[in-house]
Design a protein around this ligand. Structure first.
Ligand code: 73E
Length: 802
């Protein structure tokens, strides 16, 4: 949009007056943020309304992305950038003596997601709007987002994330569009006069779902999509006998809290209720809009909408959509099924067995009696249909209802036309191993969509210095098409460019060093290698392997106090699920080792260890631009894709990686010489599983370096870990090291040595960094979302000429 500084200043000052009866001189920072965001919202509401009208008028097919998590982070700068007014507003505020950065800090992170899965959903929201694709989000407006992490005495302590305490300036409550969702009670089928069976209900629990819409503003275009988040409330017209405080408590609990587990399945009733709640409300809203807009007969709805099931959490979309078509719109089973499969598509994000959702039949039966009937009918009809053609064993292995449980992945695969994994390796594992039985039955449904990241947030917004340098070297076209970064390759031998790149990194590192000083009170040397591992804490991600290597370096220094080495700062950020005892023990251990190393005078500044508390999207935006190295060291086959790996690459960090998830594609893109690869391959891991011949204790007994490091956990070397030390020691020895840390240790040390040697040659390092940036274009989520649009959803980009 077009906006002059003068106009902006006028709008902003007016907003301070009309919203808070104050002015620039008197306004507090919270008021300043509220007034500013209100102005920004006014700037896009017209475009939003216009795009809604365009969507209704053109009646083009739209996608609804159902996800139980979104992780947008802060929205102010992203909205400013996408509206094309970031620098106008920054300068306009400056003239008023206001620092935009300080104001932006006030906005709480919108953290209604745990990690990669929720962040991917938000990257997709940004990319869909920015590429002009009609993709709308559908989720839950949790009153409390992911807990805030405090570190006290080295332990993680969880505090509530009350992000809605001040008003959320971006959302629009649409009370008129509220929808009822029902649970429990009894249901039975009654025959009508024309011989149709219709369901009857009794004693149902009713919940009101109120939508809160948030604009997803496209980058310098006229597309504004919607992220619809549902809040649960008590229906206004509730029978008096239900009007009690208990009912109110129960009802509001539905959208009260995000489950703080990543890659884990928690079979609690409330979670199942949450899943049905946002699925039913979302689908009802879609159908209501379709009908009120008189788009076409309901039987043609598959030509106008696509519904995406993000992991199995929204898999109830399949039976709920069937219910709406059958019971509320009078379609036949065959018609309804045909439409449902055409409309639905599903993404698998993990193969970890502890993450696979399987709900007890009895629970589904009691909570969702009609849905339970429909699921059984789907399962029965499919079995009958397949029986003449395929063996009974294959049918059994792929059944939705078996062993007293409803298998949600099976439901999602059977009820949709597309199942995709999130990186090549992961999609291959789905086809060849984890979902091989389904692949035999429905090979045409399987495909890969390698994840991506919203490069506007992860480069333009968070790394202004690098963005500016890129503009100077290769022009601005990369801001619209990230693959254009390829042009940077021409500067690989250009000494000045390499120096400038290194200078940008150094400045970013100084900023991070200041933040570390402020938050942790630790002095770090910006000339040291900044080696970063930031992600959820999980055994399979192997933060502990990183720790073992740090201990090795520490003991090397202790053994040889004048050892010459390139100084390193190891930086961690990680939240552990509150009930994940082992992960919390690792956090404690990292913090105790940090004290031990950072306070040891012998070490000097050769080694520093920093655990930054409360890792979230905003902290990631501060850390990644300053990283020299990104640690992506999961056991091969376990990390479906990873997405921080792409963010590091884009910001010129080199990757220390196993051949897992998207690391493999990163290696293919940047070249073997610009990445550090180590460790077992997926096939080698599977070979160990098959033969059952891994013996971690042997390694502990035979490798003196490993022996000494592990002993440090139990012999008092590391202080204050009397409970945690033995637990970790045992996991690696007595319990045979489930994630092969000891097996990969030597090769990891070797790769770390290679890394250190490359860093000694600053020119070579800068060249490798440049190559990472130049080849990161394919990891834009613009690319990913376009592939979904073309191959799965069959939707079109809006042409900006209209
Ligand atoms: O590898 C990541 C992947 O990059 C994967 O672990 C993560 O999804 C990312 C985006 O594709 C993921 N999260 C979950 N499963 N996979 C999950 C499961 C249950 C609850 C919450 C999150």
């Amino acid at each position: 949009m077009k906006l002059s500084k003068t106009q902006f200043r006028k709008d902003f000052e007016q907003s301070l007056t009309s919203e808070f009866a104050t002015d620039v001189a008197k306004a507090g920072i919270t008021e300043t943020f509220a007034a500013l965001s209100s102005v920004v919202k006014q700037y896009y509401t017209q475009i939003w309304q216009g795009d809604n009208q365009y969507k209704d008028r053109s009646q083009k097919k739209q996608t609804y992305y159902f996800s139980i998590e979104f992780l947008p982070g802060k929205m102010l700068k992203s909205n400013l950038l996408n509206l094309g007014i970031l620098s106008t507003v920054r300068e306009g505020l400056q003239e008023l003596g206001i620092d935009l950065e300080k104001v932006a800090q006030v906005e709480p992170d919108m953290a209604i997601g745990n990690g990669g899965l929720g962040r991917l959903a938000s990257c997709f929201m940004d990319s869909a709007a920015s590429t002009g694709l009609p993709v709308n989000g559908n989720g839950i407006r949790y009153r409390y987002g992911l807990f805030k992490q405090k570190i006290i005495d080295g332990y993680q302590v969880e505090l509530p994330d009350s992000w809605l305490n001040n008003v959320n300036p971006w959302e629009v409550r649409r009370a008129d569009k509220a929808i009822e969702v029902t649970f429990g009670g009894e249901t039975w089928l009654e025959e009508t006069e024309d011989g149709r069976l219709i369901p009857r209900y009794r004693n149902q629990e009713r919940v009101l779902a109120v939508p809160y819409d948030t604009a997803m503003v496209g980058f310098e275009n006229t597309r504004v999509n919607n992220m619809c988040l549902w809040r649960s409330e008590v229906p206004q017209d509730l029978d008096v006998k239900f009007q009690n405080m208990e009912y109110m408590r129960q009802t509001s609990m539905l959208s009260a809290e995000l489950y703080p587990d990543d890659s884990n399945y928690d079979g609690r009733l409330l979670r199942l209720k949450q899943e049905y709640f946002f699925v039913s409300a979302g689908l009802q809203r879609i159908i209501r809009h379709y009908k009120s807009n008189k788009i076409a007969p309901i039987a043609q709805i598959a030509d106008y909408i696509a519904v995406h099931i993000n992991d199995t959490h929204p898999a109830l979309c399949v039976p709920e959509f069937m219910r709406l078509l059958l019971d509320e719109n009078g379609l036949s089973w065959e018609q309804a099924w045909d439409i449902t499969v055409k409309v639905m598509s599903y993404t698998n994000h993990t193969i970890l067995s502890e993450a696979l959702e399987k709900w007890p039949e009895e629970m589904v039966h009691t909570l969702l009696p009609r849905i339970y009937q429909i699921i059984n009918e789907i399962d029965k009809r499919r079995t009958d249909e397949l029986l003449p053609h395929v063996g009974a064993e294959l049918i059994h292995k792929t059944r939705i209802v078996k062993d007293g449980q409803i298998h949600m992945a099976n439901l999602a695969i059977i009820g949709s036309h597309s199942t995709n994994g999130v990186a090549k390796l992961h999609s291959d594992i789905l086809k060849d191993v984890e979902l091989h039985d389904f692949y035999q039955l429905y090979p045409e449904r399987f495909n890969n969509k390698t994840n991506g990241i919203a490069d506007r947030r992860w480069l333009q917004i968070s790394n202004a210095r690098l963005s500016k340098l890129l503009d100077e070297k290769i022009g601005k076209s990369w801001r619209h098409d990230l693959v254009k970064l390829e042009a940077l390759k021409d500067f690989r031998e250009d000494t000045e460019t390499l120096k400038q790149l290194a200078a940008v990194k150094l400045e970013n590192k100084k900023d991070l060093a200041a933040l570390i000083k402020e938050k942790n009170g630790i002095e770090v040397n910006p000339e040291a290698i900044f080696d970063v591992q930031i992600k959820r804490l999980h055994a399979y991600k192997r933060q502990l392997l990183n720790v073992l290597h740090i201990l090795k370096l520490y003991f090397d220094i202790k053994d040889q106090p004048d050892l010459e080495m390139v100084p390193r700062v190891f930086i961690f950020g990680a939240k552990a699920a509150p009930g994940y005892h082992y992960a919390k023990a690792i956090i404690k251990v990292i913090n105790e080792i940090a004290v031990m190393i950072n306070e040891d005078a012998v070490v000097k500044d050769r080694l520093k260890l920093v655990f930054m508390e409360n890792y979230n999207v905003s902290l990631a935006e501060a850390i990644i631009p300053a990283a020299d190295v990104g640690e992506q060291i999961s056991l091969a086959s376990k990390e479906a894709s990873g997405t921080s790996n792409m963010k590091f690459m884009l910001n010129g960090a080199l990757t220390m990686a196993t051949l897992d998830g998207a690391n493999i594609e990163i290696k293919e893109a940047c070249g073997d010489e610009n990445i550090f690869i180590f460790g077992l391959t997926k096939d080698e891991v599977y070979e160990y599983y098959k033969n059952g011949n891994y013996n971690a204790r042997d390694i502990y007994e035979q490798n003196p370096v490993v022996h000494r490091i592990l002993n440090a956990f139990i012999d008092g070397t590391i202080p204050n870990i009397t409970n945690e030390g033995p637990e970790i020691f045992e996991s690696l020895t007595a319990f045979n090291d489930e994630y092969f840390l000891l097996r990969d240790f030597n090769d990891y040390v070797r790769a770390q040595k290679d890394l250190e040697n490359l860093y000694r040659d600053q020119r070579a390092w800068a060249q490798a960094s440049l190559m990472n940036i130049a080849t990161s274009g394919i990891f834009s989520s613009d690319r990913t979302i376009r592939q979904y649009a073309k191959d799965i959803w069959f939707i079109e980009e809006k042409s900006e000429e209209v």
